[in-house]
Design a protein around this ligand. Structure first.
Ligand code: 3SL
Length: 244
């Protein structure tokens, strides 16, 4: 048995094939928010790239059981219930609800690989949980996709891709093949920053963007915490994610 690992840092680079297992990463902050929302009892999260489609779908849902959340350019979308902070998806707010979500980059990455047999969303807090799920599935081909920023590379997603690959290489009883240079570089990046994750997130361009928008210190802390969540957000039907 082998695991072949490939990493793409932006959706447009992903080849038009349906991967067996895909893991989407948006450390700052979509996949961290998704993981915390499910941990805090959200029923499910439906992701959209298009805001009109999101509104059309949300309106059909019982008003007491739905929330619209998301951001554009880091800022909450007007008329939405929540922005995209992992701190906002508390149990009191999300428990039992369907979350209709759209973000600048993360939800687009999730849509890009929505035809994968298994699709998971991962941030640093649930790195171990997702890695253990992959090992239990014995998937031979795992495609890891970062979200970047509007088509550009992001340091923090590559860091998390390296963190996932590092865990798999260490814990896997069988051979792990690193299939592309991006995956190799992500592993090196993880090795460099693994003891200073918070600083890495703040150094990243998107970290600096958030810092310029206001006080995001608690978001940075939440997004940088490693292996503290036992949640595996998994796509259960096209565009709909539940805890598994
Ligand atoms: O780009 C995204 O998908 C977001 O996660 C960005 S933000 O951190 O909410 O600004």
């Amino acid at each position: 048995m082998i695991i072949n690992l490939t990493y793409y840092h932006v959706a447009k680079d992903v080849p038009e094939v349906n991967p067996e297992t895909a893991v989407v990463i948006d450390v700052l902050r979509a996949t961290t928010t998704i993981s915390w929302a499910l941990k805090n009892g959200a029923d499910s999260i439906q992701v959209f790239a298009d805001l009109d489609l999101l509104r059309e779908s949300a309106i059909k849902w019982d008003a007491n059981e739905r929330l619209m959340l998301g951001e554009r350019g880091g800022k909450k979308i007007e008329g939405f219930d929540l922005g995209n902070s992992p701190l906002s998806v508390t149990r009191e707010v999300v428990n039992g609800k369907r979350l209709f979500m759209s973000t600048t980059n993360g939800t687009k990455s999730l849509q890009k690989v929505q035809h994968a047999k298994h699709l998971f969303a991962m941030g640093l807090p649930n790195r171990k949980a997702v890695a253990e799920k992959i090992l239990s599935l014995q998937s031979e081909n795992v495609l890891i996709l970062g979200s970047g920023w509007e088509g550009a590379y992001s340091l923090e997603d590559s860091l998390a891709a390296g963190a996932l690959a590092c865990y798999l290489v260490k814990k896997c009883d069988f051979k792990v093949n690193i299939l592309n240079d991006e995956m190799q570089a992500a592993l090196t990046l993880w090795d460099f920053w693994k003891n200073d994750i918070l600083n890495c997130l703040k150094t990243a361009t998107h970290g600096k963007r958030l810092t310029s928008l206001g006080d995001y210190e608690d978001d940075f802390i939440s997004c940088s915490e490693l292996d503290c969540l036992d949640i595996v957000p998994a796509q259960v039907e096209r565009g709909v994610i539940r805890a598994s």
